[in-house]
Design a protein around this ligand. Structure first.
Ligand code: 5GP
Ligand code: MG
Length: 206
């Protein structure tokens, strides 16, 4: 009986495996790994051996944060904030909700804000503005991906893993309607597939 409760929802979730929809790989796991190596080197070059407080943005940054901090030699503290501007199957941002109440005292800290992707930039802009009011010694920002031609704010991240075209991507922490964060690569979800239906209907091969 227990097994039924466990399996039934998964059958619904993976309805996709019988679907004809598809996505294609934009960045392989190997490319992402090289990118994180490069980011970690750049960050350590910028900060030297200073203790660093990494602030990740839930939920999309969990994979990049966990890979990045394990490559950062020297003292690192980790904290998370939460931001959301997407609802369900939307692929363009709506109202921005922030929860910053998990933050520790940042007074005198070297803070590095880490997010998955810089699209309009509104999320980073808003979080950075808050962090800058908390007495940190410095506040910088890092993103894994930056979308081309989408910025609506004047700031840019200090560290960027990859510049990508204006496409909706999933994987390596990034979701569509809650799914696909677990993919080890970054894939493009085709516009036709997005308009055709839910995340539960995508073939992840390639
Ligand atoms: P921004 O505030 O820069 O417009 O959007 C940042 C947030 O929107 C990201 O942290 C991410 O959660 C979401 N986002 C923006 N573009 C994409 C995308 O192509 N794919 C996914 N899955 N999320 C995105
Ligand atoms: Mg996000």
């Amino acid at each position: 009986m227990d097994n039924l409760w466990c399996v039934a929802p998964h059958l619904l979730w993976f309805r996709p495996l019988v679907s004809s929809l598809s996505m294609h790989t934009l960045l392989t796991a190997a490319q992402l790994s090289e990118g994180i190596d490069r980011l970690a080197r750049d960050v350590r070059q910028a900060y030297g051996d200073c203790p660093l407080t990494v602030v990740g943005v839930l939920t999309g940054s969990v994979v990049v944060v966990s890979d990045l901090i394990r490559r950062l030699d020297g003292p690192v503290r980790l904290s998370m904030v939460w931001a959301s501007s997407y609802r369900g199957t939307a692929t363009r941002a709506g109202r921005l909700d922030l929860r910053l109440d998990l933050l520790p005292d940042l007074t005198g800290q070297q803070v590095l804000l880490v997010d998955d992707i810089f699209d309009s930039g509104r999320t980073m802009d808003a979080i950075l503005a808050d962090l800058r009011g908390r007495g940190a010694a410095s506040v910088r920002s890092l993103v894994l991906l930056r979308k081309h031609g989408r910025a609506e704010v004047s700031i840019q991240p200090d560290f960027v893993g990859f510049d990508i075209p204006d496409l909706f991507v999933v994987g390596y922490g990034l979701d569509y309607d809650g799914a696909w964060r677990h993919l080890p690569h970054v894939a493009v979800l085709d516009a036709d597939d997005i308009s055709a239906g839910s995340a539960a209907a995508v073939d992840v091969s390639g």
